[in-house]
Design a protein around this ligand. Structure first.
Ligand code: UDX
Length: 434
């Protein structure tokens, strides 16, 4: 496993649990030491147990030396990060660095399998560059096998995926990957064998489809807010249409995290690069609708505070980009908290899991270790991440500590009747003023 970040570490532990011998390499010695002790450097349910089991069985090892991996493995999974750059293109520098380091070490026939998210056409370029560098030359095969892991469900999504996508050139690579994933294939996981380009595109397309659904539902939410229609009931109606289905229809502050925003903007950049302006426009609008949710949340907060944020005490409940995660990358909740702070509000943030990460990303905000402390003296409480802890909040108890019982529900988590009965002024994205 080349790269032991979220994707590489999870995939390594899961493959080891299937009985394979896995050596994972990363440039970060601290991360490697932690993983080698059987602990994950991030929050992922079930992963610590798998890591500990793999390490103690001897099947799972970690290191920083690429030579060990290059000389001992038959299959090399590429799991390096491909973060977005400012113009929407992906930063592939870690990938090309790895290719340049790995290529000269490949002396025996082997299969290099990309898992990282990349623009279409990258796999073919990786193949050509590796073959040019490797002593094994044309005996180095390249495949692409994207993952669809959701943070917080990484282990289950790896061991019981909804599909395996194998982008391959030729039968041998296909058979090799099917053999490697044999326990999953035998358990009935659908396998789609295809070409390299389709495999590369399948990850980006799946994420963009999800992003598109969320932006579409948020566009309906704005219409509901303006016309008095009920977004909750509307979503129920839509979800009962078997062609539409109920998933990824939760309205609110919109999507964030390391994948959906990156892949949506990546498609804009690819559309432009490929000379397909209509494609670029579609995904640009999905991104714009998503950003708009943050802007209108800040505007609504300002309106609730009487038009002025400066020196007002505001509580933000939620910093993670979604419940069940400690990740704050492109988190809508933390973004809104930061914007309110920039407008002069005294913002106190509470999150059940992401406080440490949020503090690193936004050290200028205040943080509390529990809801009641975060809400003490507050003039406006914003609920911005969909944690159950917030859904289950007792409005009477919270009402006793705030300065003004005023709440903005950015995830449609709170029961309006219950909160209004407890004396709260409640506004929710997607709901007209009651
Ligand atoms: C996503 C994909 O689901 C996964 O298949 C891929 O491999 C990586 O990207 P992840 O980023 O972990 O996974 O989060 P996901 O559960 O998809 O949620 C993404 C964002 O959308 C979150 O900010 C979430 O709050 C938001 N969301 C999700 C909504 O706003 N509404 C919804 O209905 C669903």
């Amino acid at each position: 496993m080349l790269g032991a970040g979220y994707l590489g570490a999870t995939h390594a532990a899961c493959l080891a649990s299937l009985g394979l011998r896995v050596h994972a390499v990363d440039v970060d010695a601290g991360r490697v030491a932690m993983l080698a002790s059987g602990r994950a450097p991030f929050h992922e349910p079930g992963l610590d147990a798998l890591l500990a089991e793999g390490v103690s069985s001897g099947r799972l090892t970690f290191g920083t030396d690429l030579h060990v991996a290059a000389e001992t493995a038959d299959v090399h999974f590429v799991c390096v990060g491909t973060p977005p750059s400012a113009d929407g293109h992906l930063d592939l520098s870690a990938l090309w660095q790895l290719v340049d380091d790995l290529g000269p070490l490949l002396r025996e026939p082997c299969l290099v399998v990309g898992k990282s998210t990349v623009p279409v056409g990258t796999a073919a370029r990786v193949r050509d560059r590796l073959r040019g560098l490797a002593p094994a030359g044309g005996d180095v095969a390249v495949a692409w096998n994207p993952e669809f892991l959701r943070e917080g469900h990484g282990v289950a999504d790896s061991l019981r995926p909804e599909r395996l996508v194998l982008g391959v050139e030729g039968r041998h690579a296909d058979q090799q990957l099917r053999a490697l994933y044999h326990p999953l294939v035998a358990a009935g996981v659908p396998v789609v064998s295809t070409d390299l380009q389709t495999a590369e595109l399948s990850k980006v397309s799946a994420n963009a489809m999800l992003a598109g659904r969320i932006s579409m539902v948020n566009a309906f939410a704005e219409v509901c807010e303006t016309t008095g229609a009920d977004i909750g009931d509307l979503v129920t109606v839509l979800g009962l249409d078997s062609r539409i289905g109920p998933d990824f229809l939760s309205p609110g502050l919109g999507f964030g995290g390391s994948c959906l925003p990156k892949d949506t903007r990546g498609l804009v950049a690819q559309g432009e690069d490929l000379g397909l302006p209509c494609v670029a426009r579609l995904w640009r609008q999905v991104d714009a609708v998503n950003q708009h949710q943050r802007e209108r949340t800040v505007a609504l907060a300002e309106e609730l505070l009487g038009g002025r944020c400066a020196d007002r005490r505001v509580t933000v409940l939620g910093a993670a980009f979604k419940a069940g995660s400690d990740d704050v990358r492109d988190s809508p909740a933390l973004d809104v908290a930061g914007r309110l702070h920039d407008l002069g509000a005294a913002v106190c943030v509470y999150d059940p899991a992401a406080t440490a990460a949020a503090r690193r990303a936004r050290p200028d905000l205040h943080y509390a270790l529990d809801v009641l402390t975060a809400c003490r003296g507050s003039e406006l409480v914003l609920v911005l991440t969909d944690w159950d802890e917030f859904r289950l909040l007792d409005p009477v108890a919270v009402g006793e500590v705030v300065a003004v019982p005023r709440v903005l529900d950015g995830r449609l988590l709170l029961d309006p009747d219950k909160w209004q009965r407890a004396g709260w002024q409640l506004r929710a994205l997607g709901r007209a003023i009651g």
